[in-house]
Design a protein around this ligand. Sequence first.
Ligand SMILES: Nc1ncnc2c1ncn2[C@@H]1O[C@H](COP(=O)(O)OP(=O)(O)OP(=O)(O)O)[C@@H](O)[C@H]1O
Ligand SMILES: [Mg+2]
Length: 432
Amino acid sequence: MTEEKPIKCSFCGTTQSSESPLIVGPEGHICESCVRLANQVVSSWGRKREITEPLKKPPIPIEIKSHLDKYVIGQEKAKETLSVAVYNHYKRLAAESEAEAIGMDNNTVEIDKSNILLLGPSGTGKTLLARTLARIVGVPFVIADATTLTQAGYVGEDVESILHRLLDAAEGNIGLAEWGIVYIDEIDKLARSAESSHGVRDVSGEGVQQALLKLVEGTSVRLNEKGRRKDSEGQILDTGNILFIAGGAFSGLETMVDKRLQPERTGIGFHAQLPEEQDAPGDDIFHETHPDDLKHFGLIPEFIGRFPVIAALEQLDVDALVRILIEPRNALVRQYSQLFKYDNVELEFTPEALRAIAEQALSRGTGARGLRGVLETLLQKTMFDLTSHDHVVRCLVDEAAVRGEEDIKQITEDTADHEGIVDQDSVRQLHG
Ligand SMILES: Nc1ncnc2c1ncn2[C@@H]1O[C@H](COP(=O)(O)OP(=O)(O)OP(=O)(O)O)[C@@H](O)[C@H]1O
Ligand SMILES: [Mg+2]
């Protein structure tokens, strides 16, 4: 009966004829040109199969940024720069794999990647940005620490180990690893010290910069047997399309930028300002960073040249620190509240207390990193003796407690109903 109907290719619908014979399968038919096309598609899978997955719907800059917003407070400019860079990275990737899938040479304009240098004071969110980004991007992402890298031949992790880790992140798929993103943290620690603080020439830091040059620029690296993946041994990985982001605190750079902007400040003589009279460099001075400043800081020019985009992070102010305490997904206040909740105690902070905590953290000069220290010291005593009496249901931190003028209020089950707040000393007396 079915012989009556013309037999057609199940993929393109071509009718069977002497010119276009069909291969018969249990469920349908396929013609010669579909077999050839399928072969092309399948052979491109070997290298790019998994790449196309995230590309089906690559996140647009706004989406990337709004994800970053959930974890990183402020730093709008840096977040925007990163979102655009990652999005562009995806676009290049999409264009390339499309060209490859249809077996065409990509004869359109080839877009170069724009590696990014992230700089800003300590504790302002550089590493946090990188970690958060790593979570959203659909391409392999590794974070390498420049301080652990050494020149090949020295003891330590050599620069190529980054590629091994990238390949691990790509689950051994070289094609995928070649489209990865590498974040190199603490890049400022590679500065040769000759022009910075110590006056001692630090050969190894410069050596690592040299070694990174060729990776960043794009080179084919034959993976050696040092890698964990035995299957990758001897394989060649081209780093030309890997996006590099380098980050560092560049402590001291702000004064260099400031000096360049206001040369008269550094003058000697009658009109020179005394150090006390000089304003400290402004918070956003990092935005003014020029490649020359980085050279002066001790990065070699060839290295700086390979990072055309410079994004600066700002010093966090009290308002930002307060937001950091409460807003991010895993904000510190939420973390400590959870710790207390495990003991069935509600931990509460008054708004004034939060501000006072932020002010104390700010005075430590370590950015948001100072917050944890302040909270830890503040809650230490309470965390120590909280569990020794099981009647406490609520702890209230107010401004006086933060300033150390009073203890943190502990509210017990029996007093919660009528009396309200009882301070820690009386609670301790109560339980003797
Ligand atoms: N903008 C921010 N938003 C939210 N949390 C932040 C922010 N900046 C810093 N933090 C908090 O402070 C901690 C330290 O930040 P991070 O490690 O990103 O600093 P960094 O800029 O890399 O500093 P360093 O130059 O010293 O390495 C983070 O774990 C995070 O909890
Ligand atoms: Mg860091």
